[in-house]
Write a protein that binds this ligand. Structure first.
Ligand code: ARG
Length: 289
């Protein structure tokens, strides 16, 4: 084996044997801390192409004693199917209007395609996963957000009992973001918000958003490694956090009421979850209360 040399911050030469020992001992303290802790992961729809390593990391974390719960989106696939099926998409202030026909497609894609595929992949990689949807067992109760947007729900409450039961039985629950409306209708809900509410109801230790952004960035595009909720609010006010990042960061801030730490990581980066959760430095942005 060739020995590569690296330097410590003090300039001392360290061999890769030392490096391995260092990495492992740093990771060990995080692994001990994560044992028995519930971690809610939100996988963005754009993530699904890069999911192999993400799912591998989640399975490892589970094997190490953490309790992962996955919530997924499916936006790009829903758009693809609406186009294939020639169903026109109407937008209102940038938000998709979900009529009855669109809702059928949303349900089919989320449950039948994205959810099943994630469960299958986890199983093939040796994980014990189970797929469910917010409407199963009345888990996610919702109301219509805005009549003009159609079947779009806002989360009212989340009953964590069924998920807790599944975690106790050693499962990795994989959840599609649909909710139960007041009269039993199915509603399409933003997956970031389902993940945030679920993390709160489960008393999760962490909520981790995986998408195709490197984290929260400064005006010059560099990533902010760690910030407080107050600092994140200030960056929104100052316009540094803008566009599509605002709803995501707002969901993070809402979640911080119930979850001590929220992380935003880029799921396209190799083993980003192990690096974020098991090193001091992390690999994304961590928001703390
Ligand atoms: N691994 C530690 C944790 O999960 C620290 C993560 C630091 N991450 C960061 N983006 N600064 O709490």
């Amino acid at each position: 084996m060739t020995i590569m040399f690296d330097r410590t911050p003090e300039g001392d030469i360290i061999s890769d044997q030392h490096l391995i020992a260092r990495v492992l001992s740093e990771a060990l303290s995080y692994i001990n801390y994560l044992k028995g802790k519930i971690l809610v992961f939100k996988l963005g729809g754009s993530m699904l192409e890069h999911q192999q390593e993400v799912l591998q990391d989640i399975i490892w974390l589970h094997q190490l004693g953490a309790l992962p719960v996955l919530v997924h989106g499916g936006g790009p696939y829903i758009n693809e199917w609406l186009t294939k099926l020639n169903i026109p998409t109407r937008f209102l202030d940038g938000l998709r209007v979900t009529d009855a026909e669109t809702l059928e497609v949303v349900r089919m894609v989320l449950r039948g395609q994205v959810n099943q595929r994630l469960v299958l992949m986890l199983s093939q990689m040796g994980g014990k996963a189970i797929g469910l949807c917010g409407t199963d067992g009345d888990m996610v109760q919702a109301h219509i957000a805005d009549e003009r947007l159609g079947y779009v729900g806002e989360v009212e409450s989340v009953d964590p009992a069924s998920i807790q039961g599944l975690l106790e039985q050693g499962f990795i629950p994989v959840i599609a973001p649909l909710g139960q409306g007041p009269d039993g209708t199915c509603l399409n809900i933003n997956a970031d918000l389902v993940a945030a509410h679920l993390a709160g109801a489960l008393n999760a230790e962490k909520l981790i958003f995986l998408s195709n952004v490197i984290g929260i960035c400064r005006a010059d595009g560099t990533r902010i490694s760690e910030l407080s909720d107050a600092e994140a609010r200030r960056l929104i006010d100052e316009g540094v956090i803008s566009g599509g990042m605002i709803p995501k960061v707002s969901a993070c801030l809402d979640a911080l009421a119930a979850v001590p730490r929220v992380h935003i990581v880029d799921g396209r980066e190799p083993h980003v979850l192990l690096r974020e959760l098991c090193t001091d430095q992390g690999a994304g942005t961590m928001i703390i209360r």
